[in-house]
Design a protein around this ligand. Structure first.
Ligand code: TXA
Ligand code: MG
Length: 352
C-alpha cells in the first residue's frame, strides 16, 4: 500500500483532505493525524475490523485497549453507559484538551476496541486538525499513538511515516505537536478518581477540580508489586536501542560522572550520547561524547516534554550505544517526563 502524507495547517483546514480522510475511515482504513499531545493512528472505533487493523499496524498486543477520540462533549453519552458528575467537571475544566477519562462502556462499543474491558477510555482533543478529522470521520475515532509498539510516540509526521510507511493509506501532517507526551489518564470507575498515566494535566490540576485524586502506585516504580491499571503501562515502552541510564544529582557532578563514563565507553569503541539541558550543554566533553543533545531548558518543563521523544528517536537514528540522560524533579509536568524517561531507561538510574 502506498502511504500519502498531506500537510494541513491548523489555521486553514482543507475540507477536501478531511473528506477524503473521513471516507477512508468509513471504509475501514486507518489514517494517522496530529493531536496536541502526539500523533494518533486513527480507525473507526465502532468497527471491529478497524481496531484489528490498528493492532496489526502497531504490532500491539490486542489486550491493550484503545482511546476513543470524540469531537463534541455530548458524544460521551454514546459510548459510555454512565457519566458521573466528576466527568462533567473535568470536561468543563480540561476539554477539549490532553485528558483521557476511563468510564463504563456502552454496549455499542466493541470489546475489540477496549481490549475486552467493560470500561472505555475517552478523549476530546483540542488540536483543530484532530477535531475536524474526527468530525469528518463520523465522530468516534479509536487512536493509539501512531508509533510501532515499543518505540517513542511520534511528535512529527516524519516519525509516523518511518513506522507506518506502506501500512496505512494516509498521514495528515500537522507539523510538530505542542505537548509531546501522551494525555493524562484518569480512571473514574473506582471509588475514588485515580490517575493512571501522568501527562500535561497534572495531579495537582485534577485535584483542584475533584478534590482527592489517587494515583496508581505502579506508575513510577521500578519493580511494581501490583498490576498497572492502564494495560499499556505494563509494557516496556519508549526504549532506545542503546543502553540508557538516568543520572541525578548536582549539575556539575552529573556532568563529570557522565563525561567519565562516556570516556570509558569510548575506549571500548562504543558510540556515546548524552541527553542534557540547555543550561548544562557546555559541561559535556565533545572529545568523548559522540552526540550531545539538549532536551530543552530546565526553566521550562514544557520544552523538555516537547523534545523528549524526538531526542530518544534520534538516539536510534544515530546508532548510539551508551546513552546518559539528566534527571528532573517529578513535580508538575515533571512527573510525566520522569515517567517516560524511567521507562525508556528500564529504570536504570544512578545518583551522584
Ligand atoms: O495523547 C494520547 O492519549 C494519544 C493521542 C493519540 O491521543 N494516544 C495514546 O494512546 O497515547 P495509546 O494507545 O498509546 O495509550 C492508551 C493508554 C494505554 O496505556 C491503555 O492501556 C490505556 O490508555 N487504556 C485505554 N483504555 C483503557 C481502559 N479502559 N482502562 C484502562 N486503561 C486504558
Ligand atoms: Mg502509545
Amino acid at each position: 500500500m502506498e502511504t500519502r502524507v498531506v500537510f494541513q495547517s491548523e489555521q486553514n483546514i482543507d475540507r477536501n483532505v478531511m473528506e477524503e480522510a473521513g471516507r477512508l475511515i468509513r471504509a475501514g482504513e486507518l489514517v494517522a493525524f496530529p493531536t496536541e499531545t502526539v500523533y494518533g493512528l486513527g480507525g473507526d472505533a465502532l468497527n471491529t475490523a478497524s481496531s484489528a487493523k490498528i493492532y496489526q499496524a502497531k504490532g500491539r498486543p490486542s489486550d491493550n485497549p484503545l482511546i476513543i477520540h470524540i469531537c463534541r462533549f455530548e458524544d460521551i453519552y454514546e459510548i459510555c453507559s454512565q457519566v458521573p458528575p466528576q466527568a462533567g467537571k473535568l470536561a468543563q475544566a480540561f476539554w477539549p484538551g490532553p485528558l483521557t477519562m476511563i468510564l463504563p462502556k456502552a454496549d455499542r462499543v466493541p470489546g475489540e476496541t477496549t481490549g475486552g474491558l467493560d470500561t472505555v477510555a475517552v478523549r476530546f482533543p483540542s488540536h483543530p486538525v484532530a477535531r475536524a478529522f474526527i468530525e469528518a470521520a463520523g465522530g468516534f475515532i479509536a487512536a493509539p499513538s501512531a508509533n510501532v509498539s515499543g518505540k517513542p510516540s511520534p511528535t512529527l509526521a516524519k516519525y509516523v511515516l518511518e513506522d507506518m510507511n506502506g501500512k496505512i493509506p494516509l498521514i495528515i501532517d500537522g507539523g510538530a505537536v505542542g505537548i509531546g507526551v501522551e494525555s493524562t489518564i484518569i480512571d473514574l470507575t473506582g471509588r475514588e478518581p485515580e490517575l493512571l498515566r501522568p501527562g500535561y494535566i497534572t495531579r495537582e490540576m485534577l485535584s483542584e477540580v475533584l478534590g482527592r485524586v489517587e494515583q496508581d502506585q505502579t506508575m513510577m516504580e521500578a519493580h511494581p508489586t501490583g498490576r498497572p491499571k492502564a494495560p499499556g503501562m505494563r509494557y516496556r515502552h519508549y526504549a532506545p536501542k542503546g543502553e540508557l541510564t538516568l543520572v541525578s544529582g548536582e549539575a556539575a557532578r552529573v556532568a563529570s560522572y557522565i563525561n567519565e563514563q562516556c570516556g570509558l565507553a569510548k575506549a571500548e569503541h562504543r558510540k556515546t550520547g548524552v541527553l542534557c539541558t540547555q543550561e548544562s550543554l557546555p559541561l559535556y566533553q565533545a572529545s568523548v561524547i559522540d552526540s550531545v543533545k539538549s532536551m530543552g531548558s530546565r526553566e521550562s518543563q514544557e520544552s523538555i516534554a516537547r523534545e523528549l521523544y524526538r531526542v530518544l528517536r534520534e538516539c536510534d537514528d544515530e546508532g548510539l550505544e551508551v546513552i546518559f540522560a539528566e534527571s528532573f524533579s517529578d513535580e508538575g509536568l515533571g512527573q510525566a517526563v520522569m515517567n517516560r524517561l524511567l521507562k525508556a531507561a528500564g529504570h536504570r538510574t544512578v545518583e551522584v
